[in-house]
Design a protein around this ligand. Structure first.
Ligand code: SF4
Ligand code: SF4
Length: 131
């Protein structure tokens, strides 16, 4: 795809983070309490600041952690819709530049990622309940 760097996908993000994403960002020097928030269902997600992902540089319109960004950000604009399954997000203005093979490849990655995120959220909730 061709990304126009419009920043729409970094605005009020709800991007989930896997344990591997968190570890990678920690290794890059960030502290989890500064970028991770947990929702009521046990999913770890990126924090926002002033309406954008905590890692988004508004001035330069760039991701400050591009090299280390979460897998979900790499897969975007391929998303999972409850009604339609794997789709290209309408929100992305460059969605028409995504090729069919990219949808297929990233779609497979997304299915695996979602499974992992579900498992991790479930075990987090279980641990909280056992405390
Ligand atoms: S919404 Fe689409 S075009 Fe805009 S920054 Fe995200 S991926 Fe790129
Ligand atoms: S990590 Fe980077 S690409 Fe992902 S939402 Fe934040 S600023 Fe955007």
């Amino acid at each position: 795809m061709r990304c126009s760097h419009c920043g729409k996908c970094c605005e009020n993000t709800e991007m989930p983070l896997s344990k591997a994403d968190i570890k990678r960002l920690e290794k890059a020097g960030f502290h989890r309490e500064d970028f991770v928030q947990y929702d009521s269902r046990g999913y770890a997600r990126l924090q926002n600041r002033e309406g954008y992902c905590v890692f988004y540089d508004k001035k330069r319109r760039r991701c400050r952690v591009y090299k280390y960004r979460p897998l979900g950000c790499r897969i975007y604009p391929i998303i999972f819709s409850e009604d339609e399954g794997i789709i290209v997000d309408d929100l992305c203005p460059m969605k028409d530049t995504v090729s069919k093979s990219e949808v297929k490849k990233k779609g497979m990655l997304l299915v695996r990622l979602l499974r992992k995120l579900d498992e991790e959220a479930e075990s987090r909730l279980l641990r909280t309940e056992q405390r």
